[in-house]
Ligand binder design. Sequence first.
Ligand code: 1GP
Length: 249
Amino acid sequence: MNIYDSFSRHKSRGEKALAVLIDPDKTDSENVMELCELAVSSQVDYFFVGSSLLLNNKLASCVSHLKKSCNIPVLLFPGNTMQVCEGADGILFLSLISGRNAEFLIGQQVLAAPMLRASGIEVIPTGYMLIDCGHPTSVTYMSQTIPIPHDKNDIAISTALAGQMLGLKALYLDAGSGATLPVSASMIEAVNQNTTLPLIVGGGIRTPEKAMQNCLAGADIVVIGNAVEKDKNLISEIAGAVHSLQTSQ
Ligand code: 1GP
């Protein structure tokens, strides 16, 4: 089964999944091994790897360490074309549909497409939607885009619908890494009720309760990054919460 099939299966069966986001700048080979052990024992479903800004040239080695250390699928979650590298299983091929910066809607994708075709990496076309979290984030600054207001569910629905109608295969609602205000359950529910694509939600999720609330609202895949960098034990707690919903639906 390819990765997108597994996304679709989460959606159709109501089986919720957890992705752990890894910032290569903040991870070394020892960290990766420890992280993989925890992730395997907690049955983490995916690793996402990337950042809106990388300061070191450690992406390829991070992906390679992850691949050597466990069998959890590794997906690139790139901030730009410099974060396309071979060795990953797949890539969230992001189009920043909440913004109006052509460079992140289609420009970076044009540059990456030939490399991706040659790499054989599984490409998952993803409508990426930034949601305001009350303060500027690295990704809003780096992409030079304005996020969707936190409480404007109608804009989120319309944007998600447009992404689906344009043929994108997944949607990602992101409040941004370290967001103080995560995407609201009501926005997740609104988008989920108006679209049929696998729905990924991340940004500022720090507790099993919030992860579970997002899943109950309709998120198929919950992403955690920042919180895990501070406390690795959260992986098993949040994975337990997310996966507990599989049997109860
Ligand atoms: C950010 O959705 C991811 O793009 C994860 O956010 O680091 O806040 O968990 P956190």
